[in-house]
Design a protein around this ligand. Structure first.
Ligand code: PGA
Length: 244
């Protein structure tokens, strides 16, 4: 495991984007695992900038997103698909047929999850997975209690997660979906390289816990400490409790 501490949220994004570009230069048809959330916005901004300035060819990239809410369609501004399209897909020359996304509107959610998991396996697995972390230690939407063996599946969101996301649902908690589809911990752990980003004071406590506490289902991100190629990029605020 490698921990990189930089100044602020913007620098976290820049560092992560540089690492992604390095991998894309090595492998043109890299399989990327992508994340959504406030933390990764500067990352996508930097990545788009680097791809354009350095003329990086993104047309062979394949991507799988981590998760999606149940019951929101692609066009809904609060869906993760919409987020990805706005912040990334629409800004780089990626072939949309190589963009894989969980469909939270699928008729049979179990089949949807099973096929997604198979899709990842059939393509040869994820080369590089980008992650944020929730204040409850979740990765993707694997909330506390998620097993290391978990695969892509439907999950219930924790109260903390729903509260943290209420800002995207006009402040009305009842509008925040209660269920989501997410890659499992074993799906994420199967990635060849994993980069987790965390920014801000609000993440300081969970960053300390996942890096120094017990490795357990109570803090799903803690499992990543056992991964052989795991990089954590933090800003000073998110790293502030590591000194204690
Ligand atoms: P955030 O979400 O970047 O909006 O804090 C991270 C996550 O929940 O994984």
């Amino acid at each position: 495991m490698k921990i990189i501490i930089v100044n602020d949220a913007r620098d976290v994004g820049v560092k992560a984007a540089e690492l992604v570009v390095k991998e894309v230069i090595k492998k043109k048809n890299l399989v990327l695992g992508l994340a959504t959330g406030g933390t990764v916005i500067p990352f996508y901004r930097s990545l788009v900038g680097l791809v354009k300035n350095k003329k990086i060819d993104f047309s062979y990239i394949r991507s799988f997103n981590l998760d999606e809410y149940v019951g929101l369609n692609k066009k809904d501004k609060r869906s993760f698909y919409y987020f990805m399209n706005k912040n990334f897909f629409s800004k780089v020359s990626i072939w949309m047929r190589n963009v894989y996304f969980l469909n939270g509107m699928a008729k049979n959610l179990d089949v949807e999850c099973k096929e997604y998991e198979e899709g990842i396996n059939n393509i040869g697995g994820i080369d590089l997975q980008i992650l944020g972390i929730g204040r409850d230690g979740h990765i993707g939407f694997n909330e506390p209690g998620s097993s290391l063996k978990s695969k892509t599946r439907e999950v219930l969101l924790s109260d903390i997660t729903r509260k943290d996301n209420v800002k995207f649902f006009s402040g009305e908690i009842k509008k925040v979906p209660k269920r989501a589809l997410t890659m499992g911990i074993s799906t994420i752990f199967g990635a060849k390289k994993i980069i987790l980003l965390a920014c801000g004071e609000g993440k300081a406590e969970i960053v300390h816990r996942f890096l120094h506490g017990e490795i357990s289902e109570e803090v799903p991100a803690s499992f990543l400490r056992r991964h052989k190629d795991f990089i954590v990029i933090l800003d000073k605020e998110a790293a502030s409790e590591l000194k204690n």
